[in-house]
Design a binder for this molecule. Structure first.
Ligand code: HEC
Length: 107
């Protein structure tokens, strides 16, 4: 019974977090969202996975504000890279906030 109670408490906490305004959560991003970035931006914090094919900028350790602005610029088409445009277009504001929080904490 105690266990069930603890589970319920955790579940409602998670829901409360989801309902809150868009604040980046590095932990959420680490779990699910970075999976689609790693292929190109490599292991978080590393510079480039395929330097011989194209230059992939290092995103780990940059400021969250910068990363967020960059992703939104791809989303709006202000930045024109086709791969990043496609990726950013599939992200929600929450995704972007989480990813920015996550990568800004990388070294
Ligand atoms: C298909 C390969 C690919 C994938 C997947 C990818 N990126 Fe990128 N990303 C790039 C390339 C190439 C650039 C440089 C584009 C340019 O010159 O504008 C870039 C640029 C960026 C920039 C701008 C960096 C800067 O310094 O200006 C950010 C931020 C970024 N990516 C975040 C992400 C995130 C977050 C994900 C996962 C949701 C992701 N990318 C997935 C290839 C990729």
């Amino acid at each position: 019974m105690k266990k069930l109670f603890a589970l319920l408490a955790v579940a409602s906490l998670a829901q409360a977090a989801a309902a809150a305004e868009v604040v980046g959560n590095a932990k959420d991003a680490a779990d699910k969202k970075i999976a689609m970035c790693i292929g190109c931006h490599a292991i978080p914090g590393y510079k480039a996975s395929y330097p011989e094919v194209f230059q992939v900028p290092k995103i780990g350790g940059q400021s969250a504000k910068y990363l967020e602005a960059a992703l939104k610029a791809y989303q709006k088409g202000e930045r024109k890279n086709p791969s990043m445009r496609g990726i950013a277009g599939s992200l929600t504001d929450q995704d972007i906030a989480d990813l920015a929080a996550y990568y800004s904490q990388q070294k």
